[in-house]
Ligand binder design. Structure first.
Ligand SMILES: O=C([C@@H]1CCCNC1)N1CCCCC1
Length: 330
């Protein structure tokens, strides 16, 4: 039985968190976005048109003595923000930190949408959702975590994402030095392939908790905290000058004073998103108005607890107990 750890770094404004992995023999080093909201491990590859690659590292299966083409298999994924990618599939050795899966399905991209081409530092995605939503056809493939979880001391991983500082993903153990107090546990519904849970309520600033349950997914691959329209409206009503700005595509408000905290319940505990983390990023160089880190989940059908929520906590993704644990960071 094993455990592993790997450092993850925040891009500008914590828009995404990028983590090094290696693929093949000899190892090819790529830096990818660990995404608990999807379940494909796909990478930029030598099979793509040169015009679609702008600075990314690529996987070259022909340069790996351990790659094996999964004949006849293809994949295609479209994300909630409209971005997409597709390609074919190899089995190859994948290593994260000190953990290795010898025959991991590596989805080599032949095409990616502009959002990925224009994201120079991101070489692909590593899905940490449930394998039931892997897009490989005709036979869906397992995620890295599903392939290794039975070799781990415990079938779980943890995400310790930080604001503008390196964080870490750990596999197989809960680091007692990473959190203080008790971890609040809540059951996960994995039927849609996501780490889905229901928060019993929320509060704005120092107000009393409102009994308004919010169902959503813990998604390390989504930047913001996307909540029901009614909750978002109640929050921004407490900020002088906050308004929905159709040009920016979301709520914008004066960068100072610091907005109120947003608190949401997790079973017997609470998670506090500090006001200065709700203030996501200035909308212009004048730095007067800020784009909100809390926006509406309209049209998705459930909320998305993205990085704005996750980076406040030490989060345990427990596939054994099918539960999420939220702990206060040390
Ligand atoms: O495409 C996504 C997200 C996009 C950002 C990265 N994580 C996956 N989904 C999650 C929400 C429901 C629709 C699918």
């Amino acid at each position: 039985r094993q455990t592993g750890t790997v450092e993850t770094d925040a891009e500008k404004h914590d828009v995404e968190y990028l983590t090094p992995i290696s693929i093949g023999t000899p190892p090819q080093n790529l830096i990818v976005d660990f995404d608990t909201g999807s379940s494909d491990l796909w990478v930029f590859s030598t099979e793509m048109a040169a015009k679609d690659i702008k600075g990314q590292a690529v996987y070259d299966p022909n340069n790996s003595s351990t790659s094996e083409k999964l004949q006849g298999s293809t994949w295609q994924i479209t994300y909630g923000d409209g971005s997409s990618s597709s390609g074919d599939v190899y089995l190859d050795t994948v290593t994260i930190g000190n953990l290795t899966v010898p025959n991991q399905a590596v989805e080599a991209a032949t095409k990616v949408s502009d959002e990925f081409t224009d994201d120079a530092n991101n070489d692909g995605l590593l899905g940490l959702g449930f394998s039931s939503i892997n897009t490989v056809q005709p036979t869906p493939q397992n995620t890295f975590f599903d392939n290794i979880k039975n070799n781990l001391d415990a079938p779980l991983f943890t995400a310790d994402l930080k604001h503008g500082a390196p964080g870490s993903y750990n596999f197989g153990y809960i680091d007692p030095a990473a959190y203080v107090g008790n971890i609040s546990w809540t059951p996960v519904d994995s039927s849609q392939g996501f780490w889905s849970f229901t928060s019993p309520g929320y509060a704005v600033g120092t107000e009393a908790m409102r009994n308004h349950s919010i169902s959503g997914i813990a998604d390390t691959g989504t930047t913001l905290l996307l909540l029901p329209k009614s909750v978002v409206k109640a929050y921004y009503e407490e900020i002088q000058g906050a308004q929905y700005d159709s040009n920016q595509g979301g709520y914008v408000f004066p960068c100072s004073p610091t907005p109120p905290d947003f608190v949401f319940g997790v079973s017997d505990g609470i998670v506090t998103v500090p006001g200065d983390m709700v203030s996501y990023a200035p909308v212009d160089s004048a730095n007067q108005d800020c784009f909100g880190g809390i926006q509406s989940d309209t049209g998705i059908g459930f909320s998305i607890f993205g990085d704005v929520a996750l980076k406040t906590s030490f989060v345990v993704f427990d596939a054994g107990g099918l539960q999420l644990g939220w702990g206060a960071k040390n």
